[in-house]
Structure formats: C-alpha cells, structure tokens
Design a binder for this molecule. Sequence first.
Ligand SMILES: *Cc1c(COP(=O)(O)O)cnc(C)c1O
Length: 501
Amino acid sequence: MTETKTNPMARQGQLKDEGLIFERSSDGRVGYSLPVLDVPEVDPVSAWGADAVRGDIAGFPEVSEVDVVRHFTRISQHNYGIDLGLHPLGSCTMKYNPKLHEVVARLRGFAGAHPFLPDEQSQGALELMWNLERELVEITGMPHVSLQPAAGAQGELTGIMMIAAYHRSRGDNRTKVLIPDSAHGTNPATAAFCGLEPVEVPSNEQGTIDIEALRAAAGPDTAALMLTNPNTLGLFEERIDEIASIIHDAGGLIYCDGANLNAILGKARPGDFGADVFHINMHKTFTTPHGGGGPGCGPVALAEHLEPFRPRPVVVRDADGTFRLDHDRPQSIGKVHGFYGNFAMMVRGYAYIRAHGALGLRQIAEDAVLAANYLKERLKNDYELPQDRTCMHEVVFSDKKQKAHGVTAMDICKRLMDFGFHPPTVYFPLVVPGALMIEPTETVSRQELDEFADALLAIARECEQDPEVVTSAPHTTYHRRLDETRAARSPVLRWVPPSAD
Ligand SMILES: *Cc1c(COP(=O)(O)O)cnc(C)c1O
C-alpha cells in the first residue's frame, strides 16, 4: 500500500495555495452588487446616532464574490471529515450521517416552525418529540425521557442535577459521586459543577470496575455512581447487577453515561441493568451532525422517582390526542436549554430510528462490535493489547511495542494521516498508558477496515525499520506537525484586524 493511494488529505495538500484572503484584498473591490437606490437616502448617524452605526472595520479584506467562494472552498478542503473516510475516534462513534436526515430536517413545517408558535399550531412538532421520547423509552428500558439537553455533557449535568434534587427533596445530604478511573473527563467535571465531590474508583486487572473498592467507597454520603457501560475500554461491566445493588443498597443512584450505547443497541437496556439516569448522545448513536460545537442533542432517560425533577416544559398528550407543553412542574430543576432543546436534531434522530426499525438498530450494534473485533484480531500481534478478549464497539491498544523504538502513540497517529486516515483517540482512557482507542463503527466497509489495518501494520514495520519516518510525520498533509502546546496555551479563536495586532 502506498501512502498516497487513498489519501484525501494528501490530494488537498497538492492544491495550489492562492494565499490568504487578506493578501488578495484590493482597495475598493466589492463582493456584492446592489440595485440603484429608489428610496430617499438616509444618513444613518443622524437617524440612529453614532453609537448605533459601525464605521469601516479596520483591516477587513476587500474582495470579490469569487475570491470569497474560493477562499472558503479551499479551506474546507484542508479539512477531513466522515464524508471523506474512516474516522475511528474511540468513544466518539463517528459514523456516517445519512443524507436523508437533512432532507427531513429541511421540511418546511419543521424548519420554518417558530419556537413561539402556540401549542395548537405546533401539533406536528410536539407529536414528533413525543414519539421520539417513546422510541427512546423503548430503547433504554426507562420510563421517561427528556430531550432538552444539548449534548452528552449537558445530559450529565441535567442527570446529576436531578439526582441532587431527588436527595434534597428527601432531606438526604449526600455529597459524593463515585467515578471509575476509566471515565470520560466530563463525568468528574459534571459532579464538581453540581457542587458534589468526585471520588475515583480504580479499575481491576480485567479493565472493569474494582467491585471491592466500590463496596468500600459506597456509603451514606454517596449521591451517585457515574458509570459508563460498556466502559471506555470497550468492555461491558459484566457484574453490573452487583454494582447496582451496592450503590442502591447504600441509598445512592446510578448515573449511566450512554456514550457507548451503539454497542448495546437492541441488545441490553440500561433500565434493565439498574440505571436511574442515562444520557444518549444523539450525534454519536443516532448520527445527527457531530463535532464543530454546533447544535446538539443529549437526551436523558430517567427512572420514575426522578420524574418530578426533569427539565420543563414537558410534552404531554391529552386524552383527546392533542399535544401540549406542560410548564407547571413545581419540582423541576428548571430549564437547561432555551425553549425545549435543539428541535432539528430531534427530527434527524427520529428519522434515523424510524428508518432502521427495531431489527435495524440491533444490527447496528452487531456490526459495530464485529468491526471492532475484526480490527482487534488483525492488529493484536503488532500492537500491544492490554485486554485480550472479545471487545464491544471499540478496542484499546497501546504504543508499548513501538515505544521500544522511540515511537509514541502520537507519532503513530500523525503517520496515519499520511495514509489518509483520521487518527483514533489517543492517550485515553487514562488507565492505559499510550492508549490508541479505535472505534470503527458499523458504517465502515470490510475493504476500508482492511486498508486501515494494513496502514497500521505498515506503520508498525516502519517503527522497527525506519522509526524516523514515523516520528517526523505527517509528510504529505497540507500542514505538517503543529505546535500543540502553543495551540493550547495561546489559541487564536477569532479574527483580529491585522492593524490591531
Ligand atoms: C462523548 C462522551 C461524553 C460527552 O458527550 P458530548 O456529547 O460530547 O458532550 C461523555 N462520556 C463519554 C464516555 C463520551 O465518549
């Protein structure tokens, strides 16, 4: 396999770079044309005052329409996304987003609906939300679902706020949230955000939670356990019944992080294995657009005893079949999002669920698990595999063998870009030093799995024979290795006029 054969990034690297849009600026060039004014001209400063009128923006480029189009088209091609190829970021479930979603979300009745429309004029939208909640009730095995949170992390916040409200309502002062050491960083951040104390619980040799350590940590101050199942090592917590009993017997509740729902869709339900709250990452499992910080949806499924605390308003269906938003929820934790959440994401997630049906959803889990195990088997002789047993939707290797040649997980990732693949998640979970966490998802073909495995095997050979080519990668991408420390320490997050530098 040659390193440029399937490399969309390399192709883009060869595009002629016509310079930054600022360098193409020319005094007086405009990117618009307006018709001749046919109404009296108004002086904006005398009409609205100098405060309301912005003068020229210093340093703003003066360019034509075609300059602008080429600029944005060019920078879009310096990028890599799921529509270009495999995006195996572990735990992120980067699967293909069906284009059907976009057609459905753009239907005029959905896209044009104003959030202030009265309930009588929003029956279709409310019905979709109600139906989506029922679908997610079925999928999670939990009696209620709130669609309001905007992401998984906000689902966590919503869930822990509900749990805290529940304990408060019983006059029960509990301050600690137990969190396994393999958890995603948002878990302890959420607990701390809610004024609770995150307490780390170690994993055992098998990569799952250490039951004896959990038993020792659980007590009358335990507000909740935040558990990811399957966990971030791609392993199902097989002793989940025992774990749930330990926490429930201590009077705590179970928050289940559902980022890895893809692995158990249609197979196991958090409601059946003891969860009191469970978040769903709509952009992961149900393929709404992912990344970029754009509008998201992170529904939470909740047990009956948490129902009074769920965010308001709540969609209800009256006896005559009409839908309305119920704002009269005195014990609610309040709103966690404007209006009722990001509706267009609910439309996309609902379209996905209905397009697949129950058996299709189950097939997703089977194919995702099969793909991960296929990669595990193809790579395990060449990359260290800390947990050598059947995995779920993702597999975690480490860079231990390559370290012997002075090559790190980061180098391997950079080199993968030369082969045209987005790197996997690295250095997470923290319990595996030098982790390479690979989640292929079910939307990858057998050919692409083989190409990806071939690339990683070729890199493993290079580490032995010519480590320098790996440690100095990437070689063919538009940008070479970036200064990650500077990017993190002094990020440039918005445009600043060149003159004001
Ligand atoms: C992605 C992820 C989250 C956070 O979800 P967002 O939707 O990105 O906010 C939490 N936990 C785990 C395990 C995740 O993979």
